[in-house]
Design a protein around this ligand. Structure first.
Ligand SMILES: *Cc1c(COP(=O)(O)O)cnc(C)c1O
Length: 380
């Protein structure tokens, strides 16, 4: 038995505040009764603000991948040509999902850690006018890279091309403006910036995306967005609702808007600066170096050749109770990710940086915690 706290500095699931856990511990309301409908109505208003959209944000009972699946199956029919821009593990998931829907993907694939140049997406669309959708991550969680979804949306909105954005590690972490940017389909999950347990996802469509979805008769039995939208308007979900999570979501959204969404983004930015400064002062190499190209929800560090991520991460957990993650797929053993999304603050990052430093094969000297805390203060 250890009396040491466990700190999850992981890019999902993320820690859950007591206020949310306690709300979810209450007896559940019945999902067809008015108390529940009132909660759904409040959530709907707040979710629209979070996505920065006038359109309904549909809750689904699934992890984030369910909403990704819903996007591919509700907006496209087999045989349609789409573009997938992938530079990481979650980009590859888009490839798999669009293939599972029988779509014909043009794939722009770059090494893990890359971002895309909007001009290369424009060129690909110019080359092949039969492309009718673009799939991308806003934040590629496997590497920590940010993709230019705002700029790419400015290109797709001028054409008959739908922009589908996986915002799972971006929503309530860094600014995303669905309507203003011209995103046609934006989705997220419950267990990252939203501070909830896993099990729910959220998806919103633009007016032209809904028009297309309405024409597609053979969708997906469980993820039928047209049916869900109808139920959502009645403050319901089509099948039995994940009631506890919806109650928890109400609390999470209230916390976010009481604190202020801009303050959430500011905190996320400051934690990113804190982590980057701490790692740099430790003598470590940042995996994503360029300004403007790194996500605000996690920081990845590149290990020197010959140093393996797994034992470092294992030691940080075993001896310090801090859960860090290695990279994924191509960069599994050469990168360590320190996540700082959701209910994570400067104290957690202080602990995380220290646990990481003490778990490295060669323990760094120098004032990395002071450097980290100073960067945090300056960035806040
Ligand atoms: C976490 C994550 C997913 C996968 O979500 P699940 O909830 O595990 O299905 C997809 N995309 C991104 C960018 C993520 O961060």
């Amino acid at each position: 038995m250890s009396i040491q706290a466990t700190r999850m500095l992981t890019p999902g699931p993320t820690p859950i505040p007591d206020r949310i856990r306690l709300a979810m511990a209450e007896p559940i309301p019945h999902h067809r009764k008015d108390v529940f409908k009132q909660i759904m109505a409040e959530n709907e208003d707040m979710l629209k603000k979070l996505f920065a959209t006038e359109m309904p944000v549909i809750p689904l009972s699934s992890s984030g991948t369910g909403a990704m699946t819903a996007a591919a199956f509700n907006l496209f029919v087999p045989g349609e040509r789409v573009l997938v821009a992938t530079a990481g593990y979650f980009g590859e998931r888009w490839v798999d999902i669009v293939k599972s829907r029988g779509l014909d993907p043009v794939i722009i694939r770059k090494p893990y850690g890359s971002s895309f140049d909007p001009e290369e997406i424009r060129a690909a669309l110019d080359d092949d006018p039969s492309i009718c959708g673009v799939f991308m991550q806003i934040s590629e969680t496997s590497t920590g890279a940010l993709h230019p979804v705002k700029e790419v949306s400015a290109i797709t909105r001028e054409r008959d091309v739908l922009m589908i954005a996986d915002g799972i590690s971006a929503i309530s972490i860094s600014p995303v403006f669905m309507d203003e940017w011209g995103i046609d389909c934006l989705l997220t999950g419950s267990q990252k910036g939203l501070m909830l347990p896993p099990g729910m996802s959220f998806i919103a469509l633009s007016p032209r995306a809904w028009e297309k979805a309405e024409k597609i008769s053979q969708q997906c039995y469980y993820f039928d967005l047209v049916a869900e939208r109808k139920k959502c308007a009645e403050r319901q979900t089509h099948y039995t609702s994940p009631i506890s999570l919806i109650v928890g979501l109400n609390e999470a959204l209230k916390m976010i808007f009481e604190f202020g969404l801009d303050n959430v983004y500011r905190k996320q930015w400051a934690l990113t600066q804190m982590t980057r400064a701490g790692l740099t002062a430790m003598g470590q190499e940042l995996f994503i170096k360029e300004e403007g190209r790194y996500t605000w929800g996690l920081t990845s560090m590149a290990l020197p050749k010959g140093v393996s991520a797994a034992p470092i991460v294992a030691k940080a957990y075993k001896e310090f109770g801090v859960i860090l993650t290695t990279g994924q797929a191509d960069i599994k053993d050469s990168v360590i990710r320190v996540a700082h999304m959701g209910w994570v603050d400067w104290g957690d990052i202080t602990a995380g940086l220290h646990a990481l430093a003490m778990s490295l094969p060669e323990q760094p000297k120098g004032a990395y915690l002071e450097a980290a805390l100073e960067a945090y203060r300056n960035a806040l």
